[in-house]
Design a protein around this ligand. Structure first.
Ligand SMILES: NC(=O)c1ccc[n+]([C@@H]2O[C@H](COP(=O)([O-])OP(=O)(O)OC[C@H]3O[C@@H](n4cnc5c(N)ncnc54)[C@H](O)[C@@H]3O)[C@@H](O)[C@H]2O)c1
Length: 441
């Protein structure tokens, strides 16, 4: 495998992991970010966010001298491959993706792209973006090529997913430039390809669409089971048994059929909204109008969680009630609170004058920054101290495995609302708790 010189522009959850993983594959990598604090942390081996295995990987690769981080974009000069990994969040004024970070990063990068180099987009973008950027690059450096190589990593498993991807999608232009780009990327990703990761070559528009289509499908699967949960709630049925039963059909599958508080994070919600916005621009909005319903089923779950909490209080007003919220991250094994359903429910309860105390094993610092008006506690015991109700809103393993007997002596009233269907109802009821969950009796 040939060792290559690589730059990674944007060192957040995606870029920092990608940079460290590419260095661990033997390439020489410079990571560039506009956030000086992030760069300083990464350069000293301290990940600025929680991701399993990243600290160890930085510890192995930084001393080798093959990995460096800087705020100086001129450091990318001479790289064979430039990966663009900056954020593409939702715009403040619409559903569309905010491409200002991508455009700024690209404009800063272009003057330093050498003839023959590849500019490889990994950010999730509206279809058509790669062609537009390719035109811009061609005007300055006609001998360089734009490729779209969407990223499918899952936060919490990002190192594993980057080193052992379940597929590599390469969106390339036609002709010699495309063939050459595939050869370079086959060389760069030689290790995962040799291990058997399927590598799919397609045009750039299809590659861009693969990513948003995959996320739309996953969001649909989650909202489908949550819609069934709504039905189960009014019909007195049990959505977890329903999911087990339909999930045994191989065509359906049990994964991503866990009813609960729904999806959040920095990808699924903004990706399905950006997809709708882009489809509208392309006059194809009917094709994805179902995503509007997927989105609204998802957000309805949050208000339903508030209603369940009011219900479990047994007539006691929510205002002034002490509510322990277990979980702030949008999912376990992450400190990411972007569009976190857990934090959203905590804020909704706080806005209705409940006395909310939030805890999380990893996400407290980010949660404090995002929702400073909430009260936070380091431990479950502290959060649950004197609680009128305990809410499990992120299914961390340590919350799944909580001992209902141990918490009995801590709370004021043994009432638990399981927003993730993560607890064993019988065990909690047997221990004397009032147990409520989304989609089941
Ligand atoms: N986080 C995930 O699980 C994941 C998975 C697959 C795809 N993606 C996609 O990857 C992209 C990045 O997501 P993320 O979660 O890493 O976001 P992030 O916010 O964690 O990271 C983005 C980084 O880009 C930096 N940045 C912004 N403008 C810059 C510029 N002009 N030059 C250099 N750096 C700049 C920011 O400072 C930040 O560190 C998004 O398009 C996202 O949809 C993310």
């Amino acid at each position: 495998m040939g060792q290559m010189k690589i730059s990674v522009i944007g060192c957040g959850y995606l870029g920092a992991v990608h940079a460290a993983c590419m260095a661990s594959l033997g390439h020489e990598v410079v990571g560039v970010d506009v956030d000086a604090a992030k760069v300083a942390a990464l350069a000293s081996g301290r990940p600025p966010f929680y991701e399993t295995g990243l600290e160890e990987l930085l510890g192995q690769t930084l001393p080798s001298g093959r990995l460096s981080f800087t705020t100086d974009v001129t450091a990318v000069a001479g790289a064979d491959v430039h990966f663009v990994c900056v954020g593409t969040p939702q715009r403040a004024d619409s559903y569309a993706a905010d491409l200002s970070y991508l455009d700024a990063a690209f404009r800063a990068l272009v003057p330093h792209v050498a003839p023959g180099a590849l500019v490889v987009g990994k950010s999730t973008v509206p279809v058509g973006t790669a062609e537009r950027l390719a035109d811009e690059l061609a005007a300055v450096q006609p001998d360089a090529t734009v490729v779209w190589n969407p990223e499918f990593l899952r936060e919490g498993y990002a190192v594993q997913d980057t080193l052992h991807p379940d597929r590599l999608v390469l969106g390339v232009p036609g002709g010699d430039a495309g063939e050459r780009a595939v050869k370079i990327l086959d060389d760069l990703y030689a290790a995962p390809i040799a291990e058997g990761s399927p590598r799919l070559v397609m045009d750039r528009a299809t590659a861009e669409l693969v990513k948003v289509a995959a996320n739309s499908f996953l969001a649909t699967k989650i909202s489908f089971i949550n819609a069934m949960a709504e039905l189960c709630e009014v019909a007195g049925a049990d959505v977890t048994s329903l999911a087990d039963a339909i999930g045994l059909d191989e065509r359906i599958g049990r994964r991503f059929l866990n009813a609960g508080l729904g999806f959040g994070g920095g990808c699924l919600p903004k990706d399905i909204r950006a997809f709708m916005a882009r489809a509208e621009e392309l006059h194809a909005d009917p094709a994805v109008s179902f995503l509007r319903e997927i989105d609204s089923i998802n957000t309805r779950r949050r208000e339903r969680m508030v209603h369940l909490t009011v219900g479990v209080l047994d007539g006691r007003p929510l205002a002034g009630a002490r509510i322990a919220v277990l979980g702030a991250a949008f999912k376990p094994e992450s400190d990411d609170v972007r569009d976190s359903p857990a934090l959203d429910v905590a804020v909704r309860l706080h806005e209705r004058s409940a006395h909310v105390v939030v805890t999380d094993p990893r996400a407290l610092a980010n949660a404090r920054r995002k929702a400073p008006s909430l009260q936070y506690a380091e431990t479950v015991e502290e959060a649950a101290d004197g609680a009128d109700a305990v809410l499990v809103l992120t299914e961390w393993r340590q919350y799944r495995e909580l001992d209902p007997h141990r918490l009995l002596g801590v709370v004021a009233h043994p009432r638990v609302v399981d927003g993730r269907n993560a607890l064993d109802p019988a065990a909690w009821r047997d221990a004397g708790w009032t147990y409520r969950a989304l989609g089941r009796r």
